[in-house]
Structures are given as structure tokens and as C-alpha cells.
Design a protein around this ligand. Structure first.
Ligand code: MTE
Ligand code: MO
Length: 444
């Protein structure tokens, strides 16, 4: 087995508080739950097979009538906008307080370890704001197109909803995702190491239609997109991308965008780093090459070991992570059947294959991708194993449709040094102990 280097203990506090959130769920009937615990123990002893479901004689959760079976429930007018069960209250976005000076210009993380499939529920999509959440009145929202166009235009939301629409599932990943892990294993949970990603189905209009309506001049090579929030955040996008698959979206997963995600209108830049997906989109300015050089609006660069920087690194690289088991989702059921599950994605298209190792990279098995395989969207994979209760070093390795293979962290450091923050797509290792607890480690 490869050697394990312990993670730095910087986040043990906040990660631990999230590690076993099930314990924090209030139980409606303490007496019933205590009884159930005793009976389950007896049942296990009788069957002698802790991992197999066994009929437990006298189990009160079977023999006693439960509250939900005895009393009438809420009527159909009690929950006009439905919320998850109170037993799921630990499934929330979380932030890392020491990461930024102020929550107004900060980030929180998607609870990937609690989710399944490929779609992120709207209320759980990670948030990144430079000046907090703008609460925009859609009736007062306008999108202006100006600069090197034949005809400057201003659209209302109603105008935009009269263009032909399309529905597309795309992941959005912040370029800083996994950025805290460059110098070694640090944050204890995939929510914190990989949770700056979400994937929803957008409904919107091709950006190309709006630009064609305004008529982009032949020297219009760049597009500056601006948000209506207090930071008036701007990013520039090359015209080829703008005319390719970019959208202006007003719906996510069928309902209006959430304010956190840019209500009423956001830019969708498929496969490219999250910073370009301007929220509360209010202005698009078309410029030429010289204008772009003058404005210097491509902010994100990756500092290399020799002091040089990589620029224009927009496409998100092929990447994957095992979401369960993981530090916040330990194995609680003992040896026997174990579902290993995770996510894979690539900004260049679909995922062709995901391999999983349980021994730190010596042997790899091809995982099963289940659910839709859509370009520039999250993919869900599973490996169903029979766990013998011994220690594991779990890793996943994604390969995209172009045959690009996710690198190890050592390979990445060799190429890019350790000064980077952005674009860390290295292979993640989880160390599973015999008691089922899981830790973020690195193997070499
Ligand atoms: N107007 C505006 N757009 C913005 C931002 C912002 O602060 N203001 N943050 C950007 C960054 S850095 C990222 S990673 C994504 C995050 O999108 P999300 O909050 O929907 O997850 O939005 C981008 N668009
Ligand atoms: Mo970002």
C-alpha cells in the first residue's frame, strides 16, 4: 500500500461539526428511537450477520403504530412551497469562515456528499458573490447590448422571453474549486474540497440570437459582460465562445433562477470557469482586440513556479471525486455490500470512463456511469463492492470524450508548481479506516 501523508489540521473544527450531522436531527419521539436501538442490536445478534437485513422479532418500529400512521397530516394548503423533510436539515450549503474576511464577498459549498444523480437542487447550489446577493425586481431589469454593434439594444425580461428557448444541463465550477488543496490535503470533506460546483438544467435563449439582433461589427472580437449587483462584476469573453453555446438563462431546474444564482437573468458559459457566468446580467459591450488589451478584463491567471503566469485558462479540466464514502459520509453499516459513488465532469464534453481504485492506485476498476451523459454536465458513477472491513485508499480518475485523463496531484504540481489557486483537477484520495471513518489524505 502506498504511503499516506496526514492532512493539515486547519479545518478539523468546521469539518467535524459537519461530519455526523445525523446526530443533530431532532427525533419526534425519543422513547421510540431508544427502543428501536435496543431491538436492532438484539436482531443483529440473532442473525449473526450484521451486514444483512434481518427480520427482528418484536422490533417496535414494526410492532408499534407510529405517529405518522396514527394522526392526520398537513393538508394541501399547508405547504404552498415545499421544503425537504426535517430529517434532512443537515443537508445545507456551508461556508469556511476563515477563508474570506467577510461573508458578503465570499463563497459557500454544495453538500455533494448528501446528493445523488447529476442535478443539484436549486437551494443547495454553492454561491459565490463579490458584493452579496442582489435582489432585483424583474420589471425593472434591463439587458443592454452596445459597443461595436450596428444597433445598440435594450431588452426587458419580457423581450428576452419572446426569443426561441432551449433547455440544457451544464455544470458550473468556480476556477478556485479545490484551490485550498494545492499544497497538501487540507479540508476534511468533499463539500469543502470539491463543492464549488453545481449542475442544473437552464432554460434560456442563445446569446447568439441577441447579438445577431444587435448586429456585431466585423471587428467585434470580445464581449464584456456586466452584472447589476453592487460589485457590477465584469468579465470579458471571446466572441467565438459568445456565438457558440453561451446562453442568457432565466430558469434553473424549471423554476425562476434563485436570487443567489442571478435572478432574473444570468450568463451561461458552458464548460468555462464560473467567474465568466455573470449573474444579474445587465450589460454586454462588444469591443475589438485593442479595447480588450486596454481594459485587461481577463482577471484570472495561474501563477507558475518560475514566476510566469498562465492566462486565458477558461476551460474547466476533466475532474472527478468520490462523494460517498467521504469524510462527511463515513461507512456506518459495517462490512458487506458498499456503494461507492461519485461525480465526474469535463469542460470539453462528456465523460467517457471513470476508474476507481481502493488501494491507492495500484489496481483500477471501471466504474458504472448511470444517468444521462451530457456534454459539459456532471456525470454520476458507481462502483458496487463487497467491503471486507479493511482499510481503503479510495480514488477516482475520469477520462473525457477526447481521451484526456485526470492527472494525479503530483503530476499537476510538476507541471504547475504550488503557487496556483485555480484549476486544481488532481485526483482526490480518501483514506477509509476499518471503523468506517474517512479522511482526506494524499498518497505518493
Ligand atoms: N454579477 C456577478 N456575477 C458573478 C459573480 C459575482 O460576484 N457577481 N461571481 C462569479 C463567480 S467567481 C462564480 S464562481 C459564479 C458562481 O455562481 P453561483 O453563485 O451561481 O454558484 O458566478 C460568477 N458570476
Ligand atoms: Mo469563481
Amino acid at each position: 500500500m502506498s504511503s499516506v501523508t496526514g492532512r493539515k489540521k486547519l479545518l478539523s473544527q468546521s469539518a467535524d461539526s459537519a461530519a455526523n450531522p445525523a446526530a443533530a436531527v431532532a427525533s419526534p419521539s425519543r422513547r421510540q428511537l431508544l427502543g428501536a436501538g435496543l431491538a436492532a442490536g438484539a436482531g443483529a445478534a440473532l442473525s449473526g450477520l450484521a451486514a444483512r437485513p434481518a427480520a427482528a422479532a418484536g422490533d417496535p418500529v414494526i410492532t408499534e403504530i407510529q405517529d405518522w400512521n396514527r394522526y392526520l397530516g398537513d393538508g394541501v394548503d399547508a405547504r404552498p412551497y415545499g421544503m425537504p423533510s426535517p430529517y434532512e436539515e443537515q443537508v445545507v450549503r456551508r461556508n469556511v469562515p476563515w477563508l474570506t474576511a467577510d461573508p458578503v464577498s465570499s463563497i459557500n459549498f454544495t453538500p455533494l456528499h448528501e446528493l445523488d444523480g447529476i442535478i443539484t437542487p436549486n437551494g443547495l447550489c454553492f454561491e459565490r458573490h463579490h458584493a452579496g446577493i442582489a435582489e432585483v425586481d424583474p420589471a425593472k431589469h434591463r439587458l443592454m447590448i452596445e459597443g461595436l454593434v450596428d444597433k445598440p439594444l435594450v431588452f426587458t425580461m419580457e423581450d428576452i422571453k419572446r426569443f426561441p428557448r432551449e433547455n440544457r444541463a451544464y455544470f458550473l465550477e468556480c476556477a478556485a474549486n479545490s484551490g485550498m488543496e494545492w499544497r497538501g490535503a487540507q479540508l476534511n470533506g468533499c463539500q469543502f474540497t470539491h463543492g464549488m460546483v453545481h449542475c442544473v438544467v437552464y432554460t434560456g435563449v442563445r446569446l447568439r440570437y441577441l447579438l445577431e439582433e444587435a448586429g456585431v461589427k466585423t471587428n467585434g472580437k470580445w464581449l464584456l459582460a456586466e452584472g447589476a449587483d453592487a460589485s457590477a462584476m465584469t468579465r470579458s469573453i471571446p466572441m467565438e465562445k459568445a456565438l457558440d453555446d453561451c446562453m442568457v438563462a432565466f430558469k434553473m431546474n424549471g423554476e425562476a433562477l434563485r436570487p443567489e444564482q442571478g435572478y432574473p437573468l444570468r450568463l451561461v458559459v458552458p464548460g468555462w470557469e464560473g467567474n465568466m457566468w455573470v449573474k444579474w446580467l445587465r450589460r454586454l459591450e462588444v469591443g475589438d482586440m485593442a479595447w480588450h488589451q486596454r481594459e485587461e478584463t481577463s482577471k484570472y491567471t495561474d501563477l507558475l513556479a518560475d514566476g510566469k503566469a498562465r492566462r486565458f485558462t477558461w476551460v474547466m479540466d476533466v475532474k472527478s471525486v468520490i462523494t460517498s464514502p467521504s469524510p462527511q459520509a463515513p461507512i456506518t453499516h459495517g462490512r458487506g455490500p458498499l456503494v461507492i459513488s461519485g461525480l465526474a465532469w469535463s469542460g470539453s464534453g462528456t465523460i467517457k470512463r471513470v476508474d476507481v481504485t481502493t488501494d491507492g492506485g495500484r489496481n483500477w476498476t471501471t466504474a458504472r456511469i448511470d444517468g444521462p451523459s451530457l456534454p459539459k454536465a456532471l456525470h454520476r458513477f458507481y462502483l458496487d463492492i463487497d467491503w471486507d472491513g479493511s482499510e481503503l485508499l479510495l480514488q477516482s480518475r475520469a477520462i473525457d470524450e477526447n481521451g484526456v485523463v485526470q492527472p494525479t496531484k503530483d503530476e499537476l504540481r510538476l507541471a504547475r508548481g504550488e503557487n496556483s489557486i485555480y484549476h486544481n483537477n488532481g485526483i482526490q484520495t480518501w483514506y477509509v479506516q476499518a471503523n468506517g471513518t474517512v479522511e482526506n489524505v494524499e498518497v505518493s
